[in-house]
Design a binder for this molecule. Structure first.
Ligand SMILES: NC(=O)C1=CN([C@@H]2O[C@H](COP(=O)(O)OP(=O)(O)OC[C@H]3O[C@@H](n4cnc5c(N)ncnc54)[C@H](OP(=O)(O)O)[C@@H]3O)[C@@H](O)[C@H]2O)C=CC1
Ligand SMILES: O=C(CO)COP(=O)(O)O
Length: 394
């Protein structure tokens, strides 16, 4: 990825954004070798590699060999799954990594997908030890972001911490990731249709902070991977490259803005709600991006079919006009589904009960302190109902 070009674009925009956090981003065949060279320059010892049994096999072992060839002394920490076979970014995983970090530790290395990165990001931020990212699947846009969604006492909250200092994604490793993870990455990107929409609504109607450049970067990343959906579905080298770069751009956009508004709207809040319900019931986790693929269709359909006909109940004429134009510009939910299916997604990846969908449409907007059309609709129509009831009583 061309970081200098991005830096030039940020400077030209004259927007007041957070600094670009990464020194180097490499998405290419052979990137693990480049990772070893970068790590060797940072530290000859005191390197802790964090992975699990799958991601160790996918990339960790090769990275370790390259590091040994460079004379770097690296220690492993292999995360243990819970009884459902899931690695969760919760208290137990965080403590297990914390225990591995010594005063002499100079660098952490996250070798894995989204969850391992969030665990390492949290520990890195809290211990002030930098980390390097080695993604093993193009499954989420969180690799380059500052936010670590962490499960604390069963509730998932995002802490703004640190981004990696550099990222090395080997396209051969990415191509061999399980197809469901690649489809999930596409699902996380497709979610940007509605996250960008909700962010715009929040900024227009509730003066939420907004950045044209960050929105443009996210939108361009979405378009790039929609254009390459056929390649992504076939898991060609070019396909995984575009998908990974789109996910990284979306993560960088979040980091530049300082919060996840560009990448996480009502579709993410539904997905977080479903995830917390699975944690509460002790069920196996579904892939984040696979859930976002489904929730994007659901929220888009909800906005078009339920909110739009009701928009004058909770908005004035001028605001309603703006919302109608933006909702009408959202893609057809059936077209979104067709795109997802081309990328390898299918509904069987996300068995969410209709009752849970309904419950999340009622309550998920409460999960983040941020305006979305779902929140405006719920607050506006609830207050109206209470107001009507009050008038009726008096
Ligand atoms: N920070 C941020 O801004 C963001 C964070 N996220 C977070 O990311 C998390 C989800 O991450 P996601 O990537 O979907 O899933 P996970 O990181 O949970 O990984 C899912 C599965 O993929 C396996 N895996 C990963 N790479 C390979 C590979 N190359 N070969 C074989 N198996 C592999 C993992 O193995 P194993 O089980 O052994 O680990 C795991 O079973 C969520 O918690 C979500 O909240 C999402 C978006 C943004
Ligand atoms: O998942 C994310 C972006 O894809 C981040 O979402 P949150 O900030 O809502 O946790």
């Amino acid at each position: 990825m061309n970081i200098s070009a991005l830096k030039a674009r940020i400077r030209a925009s004259k927007e007041d954004l957070y600094p670009l956090p990464l020194e180097q981003i490499v998405v290419a065949e052979g990137a693990l070798r480049e990772a070893a060279a970068f790590i060797a320059k940072q530290a000859e010892s005191g390197v802790v590699l964090v992975a699990d049994s799958h991601t160790y096999k996918a990339a960790g072992r090769d990275l370790h060999d390259h590091l040994c060839q460079k004379g770097v002394k690296a220690d492993w920490h292999l995360l243990e799954p819970n009884s459902n076979g899931d690695i969760i970014a919760d208290e137990a995983s965080l403590i297990s990594v914390m225990l591995k970090v010594e005063q002499s530790t100079k660098l952490l290395v996250a070798v894995g997908a989204g969850t391992i990165h969030d665990i390492v990001r949290f520990v890195s931020g809290k211990t002030n030890k930098p980390f390097v990212s080695i993604p093993t699947a193009p499954s989420v846009d969180g690799f380059t972001s500052l936010g670590a969604p962490i499960v604390v006492q069963g509730s998932k909250k995002t802490y703004q911490l640190v981004a990696p200092i550099a990222l090395f994604a080997d396209t051969v490793v990415l191509q061999h990731a399980p197809p469901a993870l690649i489809a999930a990455g596409f699902g996380d990107m497709v979610g940007k249709y509605t996250s960008l929409f909700d962010w715009k609504i929040g900024s227009l109607l509730k003066s939420e902070a907004y950045s044209e450049l960050v929105a443009d970067l996210t939108e361009e990343a979405l378009s790039a991977c929609v254009d390459k959906v056929a390649d992504i579905g076939k898991r060609t080298s070019a396909g995984v490259q575009v998908l990974m770069e789109s996910l990284l751009t979306s993560g960088l956009a979040m980091a530049l803005f300082g919060y996840s508004h560009p990448a996480s709207g009502a579709e993410h809040h539904l997905s977080h709600y479903w995830e917390m319900e699975a944690l509460r019931l002790g069920k196996k986790q579904l892939l984040h991006g696979a859930k976002v693929g489904l929730s994007t269709q659901i929220i888009n359909r909800f906005y078009k079919n339920t909110v739009l006909p009701d928009v004058h109940r909770f908005l004035g004429d001028e605001e309603a006009k703006q919302v109608i134009a933006l909702v009408e510009a959202l893609p057809d939910p059936d077209d979104v589904k067709a795109l997802l299916e081309q990328a390898g997604w299918n509904e069987a990846l996300v068995p969410i009960a209709p009752e849970l969908v309904e419950e999340s449409l009622q309550h998920a907007y409460l999960l983040r302190d941020r305006y979305t059309l779902l929140r405006l609709y719920r607050e506006g129509t609830t207050m109206k109902k209470e107001g009507d009831a009050h008038v009726g009583r008096s």
